[in-house]
Design a protein around this ligand. Structure first.
Ligand SMILES: NC(=O)c1ccc[n+]([C@@H]2O[C@H](COP(=O)([O-])OP(=O)(O)OC[C@H]3O[C@@H](n4cnc5c(N)ncnc54)[C@H](O)[C@@H]3O)[C@@H](O)[C@H]2O)c1
Length: 425
């Protein structure tokens, strides 16, 4: 059945991925953005995006309509699903948001519609899990009455260069006709910068390996940090030298949190195990990265000569310059330092104070002005606000003989007084 021209599009899940995409598509198509979270829709209607990805003016001037009423999904032609795909407590894929989204879309589905998934999954989820879920609710036949597509999202929150409009968009469809239609729709927002993958499974696999590859590369560097630490070398100093080779990959050591790099490899591992293959490289990378907070805490604890020491951790978000607190490994670091008997204070210029308290029980300092000098400062997240710290600022945060643990190597170029002890990864 042919799909109509001038498609009406519904984007389901207006988070870091869905909102920028819905706004970009709304420049070319009638678009409704749907989210189950009433507070999220309410804040967007007030032109506030707490994820910091979209400016109020962009929200105010857009034709995007917003709803948390599933009845508003009726009458659309293309449904784009951008809901979360986390893991559960055993690091197994949690597909509950996908299931819920399929159920709502299924009720609105009409012959000729296309349902495109952008959420990161492992190969097979779109066709073997979502297709049947949509068919069961809609009583329509998948591949006959309605069609599937998969277009992985590649945006990098906080990144103003590689925005949804400026990156090559991989698209795939259940058949060549659907893939072509999706290439046209997405091509409108990416200026034709589209790669049509061979099929849906190929596109699903391409996305999940992008993140698994990053995770493994960072794990390698983290393992190097553990080795070099034993011989008193700074990994950052070693990398600065090694990076001068043209084909050396520029990864750096650190905590791997967030909802993508630290999660998606488990999706791939789950698939692998379900096929009877034990994924060694993928999971050993995960183990190293998961153990990084423990390694760092051990090193800091060894260097502190009394308990409790007062420690100031700078940065709680999972990466620099974003307010995203999901799967924060700094939160693990704080907990482990406290378990060692230390008193830990935390500051983050981007994170929301209430969210930090609610998610991790961490009371963030609202400002650095009221922080008394501590025994140790841990630079955990490379926020722009911290990168500019001078020796004077750093030393002002410390008591005499204090320790600076510069996990991100952001103060390597800052020369501090002889009494200040320094450690970096
Ligand atoms: N954030 C990224 O950098 C990024 C990059 C590439 C891919 N991805 C993938 O994209 C997907 C979405 O990630 P995100 O970071 O935008 O998540 P997010 O948590 O920021 O946003 C998801 C939104 O979906 C809503 N939602 C949850 N269940 C829903 C449902 N059943 N119906 C409608 N709305 C629902 C939530 O309320 C939330 O607003 C995930 O699979 C993620 O792995 C994320």
């Amino acid at each position: 059945m042919p799909v109509r021209a001038n498609e009406k599009i519904a984007v389901i899940g207006l988070g870091y991925v869905g909102l920028p995409l819905a706004l970009a598509l709304a420049k070319y198509y009638p678009v409704i953005g749907f989210d189950i979270s009433k507070p999220r829709i309410a804040e967007l209607l007030r032109a506030v995006d707490r994820s910091g990805e979209v400016e109020p003016d962009v929200l105010r001037s857009s034709t995007l309509s917003l709803s948390c009423d599933a009845a508003d999904l009726a009458g659309n032609d293309v449904f784009i699903v951008t809901v979360p795909t986390p893991v559960d407590d055993e690091n197994k894929p949690d597909l509950s948001a996908l299931t819920a989204a399929c159920s709502k879309i299924g009720k609105a589905l009409q012959p000729g519609n296309i349902v495109v998934f952008e959420s990161t999954v492992y190969p097979g989820i779109t066709e073997d899990f979502c297709g049947p879920a949509l068919a069961a609710v809609s009583k329509l036949e998948c591949g006959e009455d309605f069609f599937l597509g998969y277009s992985p999202e590649r945006i990098n929150p906080g990144d103003r260069e590689y925005t949804v409009e400026r990156i090559t968009k991989v698209v795939s469809g259940q058949n060549p006709d659907i893939a072509q239609k999706l290439a046209v729709i997405y091509g409108a927002v990416t200026n034709g910068n589209i790669f049509v993958a061979k099929d849906i499974r190929t596109a699903e696999a391409a996305k999940v390996i992008e993140n698994a590859q990053r995770d493994i590369n960072i794990a390698f560097i983290n393992e190097l940090a553990m080795i070099f630490n034993k011989i008193g070398l700074s990994t950052h100093d070693v990398l600065a030298a090694a990076r001068t080779k043209w084909n050396f990959l520029p990864f750096t050591p650190g905590l791997v949190g967030g909802h993508c790099i630290g999660v998606d490899p488990y999706y791939l591992a789950h698939l692998s195990r379900s096929l009877g293959h034990e994924p060694e490289v993928i999971l050993s990378g995960r183990r190293i990265n998961e153990g990084m907070a423990g390694f760092i805490v051990q090193q800091i604890d060894k260097k502190l000569d009394h308990k409790p020491s007062r420690i100031l951790v700078l940065g709680l978000t999972f990466k620099e310059n974003v307010p995203d607190l999901r799967n924060s490994k700094t939160a693990d670091l704080v907990k482990l330092l406290e378990e060692k008997g230390h008193v830990v204070e935390v500051h983050d210029p981007c994170a929301d104070l209430d969210e930090a308290r609610h998610e991790y029980g961490v009371e963030l300092h609202a400002s650095m002005a009221d922080i008394e000098p501590v025994d140790c400062v841990v630079g955990a997240v490379r926020h722009a606000a911290y990168c500019d710290f001078t020796a004077e600022v750093l030393e002002g945060l410390l008591v005499a003989g204090g320790l600076i643990a510069d996990l991100k190597g952001m103060w390597r170029g800052v020369t501090t007084s002889a009494g200040v002890r320094r450690w970096n990864l």
